[in-house]
Design a protein around this ligand. Structure first.
Ligand SMILES: NC(=O)c1ccc[n+]([C@@H]2O[C@H](COP(=O)([O-])OP(=O)(O)OC[C@H]3O[C@@H](n4cnc5c(N)ncnc54)[C@H](O)[C@@H]3O)[C@@H](O)[C@H]2O)c1
Length: 423
């Protein structure tokens, strides 16, 4: 069923939505403070260049499905959905300048007809920091509409994943659809708007939806910076960067995959920290300036300390703690650079009474570097390790799980902090 959609902000995101929605038979009202953009749309032209967009805007305008205005008109009363696509450029301190969001929200709220019989679905597509909908947008709406705000407006955050240059293609084949609402509940209007678009749909809370673009864009930037750092190292070593790239991306098991991307434990073990440090050395030695790689160990150390603070929050000094899992992962006795060893060391330094349970770790059997590491970083390891019977009968103020070994024990779940996952 055709929808009536108002689009605020006729830049790359707004114009693409206007052309694509009109091509699906929806009625579009474009609103932009820039009169040149409005005139262009009303003349059937696209104010921005995107392959295939002008044809769609021209066809939509000729069919009477698109028109644009500089001032919000009474037509909003007949709209099912308002899409906000205004710009959120960088402010002087790096934060988004939210001026356009606040201004457009105020004008929309003021134009909402109090006699509406069904709520206007007000969906933000502009990228804005988590909390903006709840702390900026909704208070503006409530200040204008008062107690009736909830009846008159369904607030949605719906990030846009198009890329300039392939915006039309991306609009109809996005990597995913994310619809955030204040309650996390389903929005019928947004389902209708995405009808015919085949992509995984995430119906989530509004802050999770708001954060999505930050995570995606920062990840894409990380990938580019990492690829270029490795490219520089290759070039400086006379190695073929394209061959290295091909080998790297062909590994869809560990490299280009969800592996190593779940927030939880710091990295550790006998390989990752050692080889990252060695790559830093090679990069320094060849003048490759790998700032991203150089930041990895520091980021990891910061995470270990965050986990320590998280695991001990609210505890009194001297409290008794059980640490479950000391090796860097289950089913190994390898303690080298295990984040759990750092956790144990921090707990002891902070004056907590500590028991450690890890049935794979037997100090008497540790040899070589593993033994050296254990004794260097945890000299009292022999006294700290306890058996299962002690653990299950012990009284602990807190139990810290570093891996799934915790599932094999019969423990009071109420005081367990699982540092292997950030939910
Ligand atoms: N460009 C992209 O590829 C892309 C992709 C996904 C998300 N985004 C996000 O979408 C938002 C819009 O991006 P864009 O590239 O389309 O921006 P843009 O700068 O091209 O367009 C923004 C438009 O908003 C208009 N505007 C400003 N204040 C207004 C107001 N009060 N009322 C009506 N219109 C107003 C401006 O005149 C301009 O035409 C940004 O938050 C951006 O981060 C952009």
């Amino acid at each position: 069923m055709p929808l009536r959609v108002a689009i605020f902000g006729l830049g790359y995101v707004g114009c693409t939505a206007a052309g694509c929605l009109a091509s699906q038979g929806h009625q579009v009202l474009g609103v932009d403070i820039n009169a040149d953009k409005v005139d262009a749309i009303n003349a059937g032209c696209s104010p921005v260049f995107e392959p295939g967009l002008e044809e769609r805007i021209e066809a939509g305008q000729k069919a009477g499905l698109i028109h644009a205005v500089t001032q919000l008109s009474e037509e909003l009363a007949t709209c099912d959905i308002a899409l906000v696509c205004v710009g959120t450029p960088s402010g002087p301190d790096g934060a988004h300048d939210m001026g356009a969001i606040a201004a457009v929200t105020r004008s929309i709220a003021a134009a909402i007809e109090p006699a509406r019989t069904r709520p206007l679905t007000l969906a933000y597509r502009s990228t804005m920091r988590p909390g903006s909908c709840e702390q900026l947008v909704w208070p503006i709406i409530e200040s204008v509409l008062g107690a009736r705000a909830g009846d008159l407006v369904e607030l949605v955050y719906n990030p846009e994943f198009l890329r300039e240059g392939s915006a039309i293609e991306d609009y109809f084949a996005p990597p995913k659809i994310v619809i955030g609402t204040l309650t996390g509940s389903h929005s019928a209007a947004m389902s209708a708007l995405h009808d015919g678009i085949d992509a995984p749909i995430f119906q989530v809370g509004i802050k999770e939806a708001e954060l999505t673009k930050f995570v995606d864009n920062s990840w894409h930037a990380t990938k580019v910076a990492f690829a270029n750092e490795i490219g520089r190292v290759c070039e400086n070593l006379g190695i073929s960067a394209s061959t290295v790239h091909e080998i790297f991306v062909t590994d869809t098991k560990l490299n280009i995959s969800p592996a190593y991307l779940r927030p939880g434990n710091a990295f550790g073990g006998s390989c990752l920290p050692k080889d990252v440090r060695a790559l830093q050395y090679i990069a320094g030695d060849t003048g490759s300036h790998t700032h991203l790689v150089d930041a990895l160990i520091r980021s990891n150390e910061a995470h270990k300390h965050h986990q320590f603070l998280r695991a001990t929050v609210g505890l009194e000094q001297g409290a008794k703690i059980l640490l479950v899992g000391l090796a860097f992962k289950p089913e190994t006795d390898d303690l080298r650079e295990s984040p759990a060893v750092d956790m144990a060391r921090k707990l002891l330094d902070a004056g907590f009474a500590l028991d450690i349970y890890d049935p794979q770790v037997d100090p008497a059997s540790l040899v070589g570097q593993n033994l050296g590491y254990a004794h260097a970083f945890l000299p009292t390891i022999d006294d700290l390790l306890v058996d299962r019977k002690t653990v299950e009968s012990g009284e602990y103020a807190r139990i810290i799980a570093t891996n799934r070994l915790i599932d094999t024990l019969d423990l009071n779940a109420a005081n367990i902090v699982d540092v292997s996952a950030i939910a």
